[in-house]
Design a protein around this ligand. Structure first.
Ligand SMILES: [Zn+2]
Length: 80
């Protein structure tokens, strides 16, 4: 009977050790956080002052005054 208890304790310890190992493996294999510019994340939106179109800041075209436009045509028409 003493051996049964000992075996049960060993099994419990082994299962706990296994689950901890697995958790550590999952944490190590998880890829790093994606960069901020990855698609699907909310982006800073700007508004074209000519046509009022909203577009992501990284796709907008800036003029020498720092204003942001949707296209070269609208940038040119605003600076005419
Ligand atoms: Zn525009």
């Amino acid at each position: 009977m003493k051996y049964l208890v000992l075996i049960a304790v060993l099994v419990v310890v082994y299962l706990l050790w296994r689950s901890q190992q697995r958790r550590r493996d999952l944490g190590a294999s998880r890829p790093a956080a994606p960069p901020a510019a990855s698609p699907g994340l909310p982006q800073d939106m700007v508004k074209c002052p000519v046509c009022a179109l909203h577009l992501p800041r990284n796709e907008a075209l800036a003029d020498p005054h720092g204003r942001l436009f949707c296209s070269p045509e609208h940038r040119a028409s605003a600076n005419r």
